[in-house]
Design a protein around this ligand. Sequence first.
Ligand code: NAD
Ligand code: UGA
Length: 440
Amino acid sequence: MSNICVIGTGYVGLVTGVCFADLGNSVHCLDINEHRIKNLKNGVMPIYEPGLEEIVERNVAATRLFFTTDYTEALADAEFAFIAVGTPSGVDGEADLTYVRDAAEKIAEVIDHAIVIVNKSTVPVGTGDWVSDIIRKKRGENELEYYVVSNPEFLREGSAIHDFMQPDRVVLGSMHRQAADAVAGLYQPLRAPTLITDLRTAEMIKYASNAFLATRISFINEIANVCDELGADVREVAQGMGLDKRIGHAFLEAGLGWGGSCFPKDVKALAHMAVLHGTHPQLLQAVMEINRNQRRRVVMKLRNLVGGSLIDKTVGILGLSFKPDTDDIRESPALEIIHLLRNEGARVKAYDPQAMENTAKIIPDLELCKNPYEVAQDADGLILATKWNEFKQLDFKRIYSIMHTPVLIDGRNEWDSQSLRELGFTYFGIGQGNHVSAGA
Ligand code: NAD
Ligand code: UGA
């Protein structure tokens, strides 16, 4: 059993804290957001993440999990302080390290015993050394025994608990082997392959992993667009490629491009780092450009299918979160498509099982519906933007009868094109050879 403090109770911090508590440790989860901590103390989750609430409940009841806004209380007995605060994009695409700096300064201010500081936030290469400097300077003569370890997180939203508890690998980077080994001990019950590197290498592994996954998606989206023009089906192309063990099947689903709180900001931050240090990240630039165009392409397609103009057309959007099983709408393809549609004069209606509250905060005048059928009512086009389960088997006869113009854009290649065309819909999927086979 170890005493752990986790700073930041977002997707990563909260999941890290509750999972370490569930493994038997005593964990203080700390946040500067008082509202969030008050809610957590009352059992109200700040995010939608399957399975999270139950684990929180169990560990609070077992007095292994505590929530606080007070750094002194949270760090009083801590052997490990995990920093899991946000690192959003700055004005030039760089990672904004304000929250990391604040957390490091606070640790330096209140701690009075030896501690391992573990950085879980995704941070530019060199940040571990920078955090170390911040603490040393802040302490001055009042020296502190501390060690900095980089421990990038690879969990995905929507399957965060599973990903944390059954990781493909644990990566630890430090200039102090004993500190890295001590953190490895916390993960030992998970029996995952563990890679220990220096600080900077661990920080780079995180960026390189996210950039590579984003590259795979942009690659398959580019292939999808070529498939459309040439009459091939990207789904089978991906299947055929994936059977090659060197390629594999994961992250080859063509669609509306990657969104979320991480791929967009991390690819941008890596490109920014590269430029700043005199290299020319052409591939990363192309990966981002393909991603932007993927959303525009769908809007262009819909415009063509409804007669060349979207002015006064009603468009329904199914799904607002950047992927299913989360209420996170950060950089969601759906939101960008809504923005593009409204810019062209369309009236947009939308529905999402979990993300409407968050969406209403940033697009207060968006027409939100109670279910997919309300979205389809009188619509000239319906776009499947997020692959939620409940959109998989809709009553399409009903939808056909209530739409004004029966045009379906299947942005996630989820629906059965043949049966929908038989019902009378004009159907457009991504990379399904639509230009040649559908006469669209
Ligand atoms: P988030 O925005 O959901 O949560 C961050 C939390 O940190 C907020 O609750 C905020 O109030 C709190 N915070 C900010 N400054 C603080 C401070 N000084 N002291 C205490 N709390 C503070 O962020 P997230 O999605 O959990 O991401 C955190 C980091 O993990 C980012 O660097 C991100 O790139 C990385 N990451 C995220 C994911 C993911 O799936 N979301 C996965 C892997 C890595
Ligand atoms: C991603 C990574 O998968 C995690 O390993 C990483 O820890 C995390 O970013 C992070 O650093 O925050 P996440 O953003 O939760 O996780 O979601 P993913 O499942 O990776 O999906 C990202 C986006 O790519 C979504 O918009 C999804 O719809 C899209 N996607 C994914 C595709 O378009 N095609 C695919 O084949 C896979």
